[in-house]
Design a protein around this ligand. Structure first.
Ligand SMILES: *Cc1c(COP(=O)(O)O)cnc(C)c1O
Length: 431
């Protein structure tokens, strides 16, 4: 039989090879052995990984030494439905077995259906459009290029809008354009000069924003809740003021919902009750339920036509498997009433954390939670958490962040609350 004509691959022993045969033959390599191999073969940009994880199911993961963890970080707000979700897994597998990749000279039904679904979920006005990327930083990078086209002259050169505004504490990604929007000096300084014209203004200060916006500003980039800065929400009224000031000056208002979007706060978008319509939104992290995908949504006809044919592109963006993964994730969140769970378990966790001795402030919404400690011991708390079987994160020296799967149960949250005092005590003793 001719494989070309039948469209099938020839049967071979390759078909039944488990992944572990490709990596270590028996699945018996210890975490310490893996980390030795890691340090000799992987670039050191992430430091030493905390654990080597080999398997996950729901909100639980297991490391190479067989230890079990409750995952309260969810791959940093990525594993929206936990690990190995059966529905997402089956949709991804069946799409991969049907059509895994096509170039953007072509399109595929999952890409189109996902774009339509995202525009519907975000109540995007007529004429709104979607650009698919593969990560958060790429979605932001596309938004940066969109901003550069705002106010461009008819001959196609960029115009007088040379400035872009972002906030102190902002995190928008690590590629050069997104890095220019990111505020942290330690991330920026080694790579200067960065794409020009970005001005960082004080966080949450409406007067500073109004003073900074004029006709030379192309766009304002805002995170509704600054995630990497320790889960800091914008003050009430800020988004409305930003919308008014940007509209008046003809600047774009671009909301970076890479971390806060797709149900993280108990709503599809953190900003959906803010009473404003932005010009663009970036999404990524939770969108693919663990599969890499990013998206830039542009609102309205005018903004959506700023990037003309040929002015942006990507090889992988909008890939059939990634877009199928996102469709499956959105469908599961909708049909399993996951947003209600996010709100309820989030409230329960925040109340429980606030009652623990040594916690000075709790912030966030839904299952994006940050809390401050009365001492600079957050890294020690992360270590004590791991030893106790909980994956948590420290975005700052006295701040802990949780961004668990949106399907975390109240009982699972309760197991963390029960041991949190002991975890803090262990960290304190280690100081
Ligand atoms: C994580 C994050 C990014 C960058 O996303 P990557 O997928 O890591 O490139 C951008 N913006 C915000 C708000 C984020 O939280």
């Amino acid at each position: 039989m001719n494989a070309v004509k039948t469209g099938s691959h020839a049967a071979s022993t390759l078909e039944k090879t488990p992944v572990r045969d490709l990596v270590d033959g028996k699945g018996q390599t210890s975490g310490a052995e893996w980390l030795t191999r890691y340090s000799t073969s992987l670039m050191g940009v992430f430091g030493t990984p905390q654990r080597v994880l080999v398997r996950g199911a729901g909100c639980l993961v297991w490391d190479a030494d067989g230890k079990e963890y409750l995952d309260l970080l969810g791959g940093i707000a990525v594993n929206a439905l936990g690990h190995a979700h059966p529905f997402v897994t089956s949709v991804i597998s069946s799409q991969l077995a049907t059509l895994g990749h096509v170039s953007n000279f072509f399109t595929s039904p999952t890409q189109i259906a996902l774009a339509e679904k995202l525009l519907a979920l975000t109540h995007a006005p007529a004429g709104s459009k979607v650009f698919f990327a593969n990560s958060g930083t790429e979605a932001v990078e596309a938004a940066f290029k969109l901003a550069r086209r705002n106010g461009a002259s008819p001959d196609g050169t960029t115009g007088k809008r040379t400035k872009i505004i972002a906030l102190e504490g902002a995190f928008h990604g690590r590629t050069m354009g997104a890095l220019a929007l990111t505020a942290k000096e330690a991330y920026r300084a080694p790579f200067e000069p960065l794409p020009g014209g970005v001005v960082h203004i004080p966080f949450g200060d409406v007067a500073a924003l109004e003073a900074a916006i004029d006709e030379t500003v192309a766009a304002v980039f805002l995170e509704p809740i600054q995630g990497e800065a320790g889960v800091r929400p914008l003050p009430p009224g800020y988004l409305k003021a930003a919308r008014e000031a940007t509209t008046k000056a003809g600047a774009l208002l671009i909301l970076d919902e890479v971390q806060t979007g797709i149900g993280r706060t108990g709503k599809w978008l953190a900003t959906e009750d803010a009473g404003i319509v932005p010009d663009a939104i970036t999404l990524a992290k939770g969108l693919g339920g663990g599969f890499p995908i990013g998206a830039l949504l542009t609102f309205g006809e005018q903004t959506s036509s700023l990037l003309a044919a040929g002015q942006h592109g990507t090889t992988f963006g909008g890939n059939p498997v990634a877009t199928a993964a996102a469709l499956a994730t959105l469908h599961a969140i909708e049909s399993q009433r996951v947003l209600e769970n996010v709100a309820a378990v989030g409230d329960y966790l925040r109340a429980g954390i606030a009652a623990v001795d040594g916690v000075t402030e709790v912030r966030g919404e839904g299952l994006l939670i940050g809390f401050d400690l009365d001492a600079d011991m957050a890294p020690a708390v992360v270590t004590a958490g791991l030893d106790a079987g909980f994956i948590i994160n420290s975005p700052g020296p006295h701040t802990i962040r949780l961004a668990p799967p949106l399907v975390l149960t109240r009982d699972q949250a309760g197991t963390f609350l029960a041991v949190l005092p002991a975890i803090l005590q262990t960290a304190k003793d280690a100081q």
